[in-house]
Design a protein around this ligand. Structure first.
Ligand code: ADP
Ligand code: ADP
Length: 225
């Protein structure tokens, strides 16, 4: 079963005037793929992210996540599915400033059904996986930008999602920190994680095993370099 399957999925904002921000398309992303989505500002990347991340429902077509037809779900079931199957990584790390790395990751498990007693151990495991096993008690202000993003990635991984959905994950980082974050995404991919990175940065886009481009709401597969 593919992780993501779009069958003529599209989204038109109702307006007025209506804006066809994401034109109907088919897209299949299989387990273990590393896919980058590239496009200039205004091309429809956020719209795509919101659909793929179950934040917005498409206005056309069918979106299957892990084989589940998401169009058939009510709000509560969509939210639960999002929490369990998708780990989000954003440009700004959205860490709680007065909480340790461990607490930031453990708190992410409040809503996805991990029993309270297991949370600290799961958080430690996720932070160790991103190379921060020695920084568990550090608050964000004591961490570098790259380390903060790694905490955010640990937080995204802790529910053991099927998909890691990253929106400009290196957008706030200098090139050295960006490289460590991209290297981490490579490592997770090598371990079997399905990774989807949305970016306007051609250099980051070149990182994926497969690149799709969005332009004026039209998604197209890019030929391998
Ligand atoms: P990107 O993330 O690539 O910058 P967006 O997905 O944000 O692109 O936007 C795609 C198009 O949809 C743009 O023309 C934008 O102005 C339009 N758009 C985005 N959000 C809305 C909305 N809520 N209502 C109407 N139009 C929107
Ligand atoms: P930008 O890239 O524009 O700086 P972000 O990447 O930080 O913005 O966030 C993108 C969108 O996702 C924003 O609308 C933000 O409110 C939302 N968002 C950020 N963090 C979370 C989260 N942990 N869960 C759900 N939505 C979030």
């Amino acid at each position: 079963t593919p992780v993501i399957e779009f069958r003529q999925v599209g989204l038109t904002y109702p307006g007025p005037p209506p804006v066809a921000a994401f034109k109907p398309c088919d897209l299949t992303i299989r387990r273990g793929e590393f896919v980058t989505v590239v496009g200039p500002s205004g091309s429809g990347k956020s719209t795509f992210l919101n659909i793929a991340g179950l934040l917005d429902a498409p206005t056309a077509g069918h979106y299957l996540l892990d084989g589940i037809d998401t169009g058939a779900l009510g709000d509560n079931d969509r939210t639960a599915l999002r929490g369990r199957r998708i780990g989000f990584v954003f440009q700004s790390f959205h860490l709680l400033p007065h909480r340790s790395a461990l607490e930031n990751v453990a708190l992410a498990m409040l809503y996805n059904g991990v029993p309270r007693k297991e949370r600290p151990a799961r958080a430690r495991e996720a932070l160790t996986r991103v190379g921060l096993g020695h920084r568990l008690s550090a608050v964000p202000s004591r961490l570098s930008g790259g380390e903060r993003q790694r905490v955010a990635i640990a937080r995204a991984l802790v529910a053991r999602p099927s998909l890691l959905l990253c929106d400009e994950p290196t957008g706030n980082l200098d090139s050295a920190n960006a490289d460590t974050v991209l290297a981490l995404l490579d490592e997770l991919h090598a371990d079997g994680m399905t990774v989807l990175v949305i970016t306007h940065d051609q250099e980051v886009a070149a990182h994926g095993g497969r690149t799709v481009a969005i332009r004026d709401g039209v998604l197209r597969e890019q030929a391998p370099a």
